[in-house]
Design a protein around this ligand. Sequence first.
Ligand code: ADP
Ligand code: MG
Length: 195
Amino acid sequence: MLIAFEGIDGSGKSTQAKMLYAWLSKRRRCTLTKEPSRGGIGKEIRKHLASPISTDKYYHAFIQSLFVGDRIDHVSRVILPSMRKGRIVITDRYVLSTVVYGSAAGIGKAWLKEANAGFPKADMTFVLDVSEKVALSRKKHRDVFERPSFSKRVRSEYLKEARRSKGVFVIDAGKSPEEVHEEIINIVSQHIKGK
Ligand code: ADP
Ligand code: MG
């Protein structure tokens, strides 16, 4: 089983991924991981997020290509080996991040989707939805993709994609961490019971 956390920077993904991991690891064997991954391409991406060298469309396409490359590395090195051992994998960002950030940056959605078509599908994706103002006020550090106007576009892309995809749950992430966690474990419990 594969569970992904999505949402704009400051929406609470890392907080909720950790809380779910703590709760789930008492019941099942599970792995907590994230993108960009800890591999070589992941490290390269982090350098670009910390100090971008451009803001043009080609640079965005380059970054999203790195994300796809990192995902190939991450899936083959971490996600699939863990899933094959029967572990539940929780990932902080996954395919949907590339689709929504890429498309908010003006890259064609058809390419973004095609480039991600071969990866294992997440069984559950939680989109932590909060206004860009609240999200940004929670974070001191912002990277190149998280100017308020851009985050607003990303947020609406997330909501658009969530409406047309199965297994994507939009969670009101403006509530307290405990309330958000409660909502998530309700959905995860039902899913596990149904298996
Ligand atoms: P993300 O990984 O999506 O960028 P984080 O989990 O790092 O978000 O959370 C960003 C900041 O907001 C952290 O300081 C975290 O403690 C705080 N935070 C997380 N969830 C909530 C919440 N539901 N309400 C208020 N603050 C939160
Ligand atoms: Mg985070």
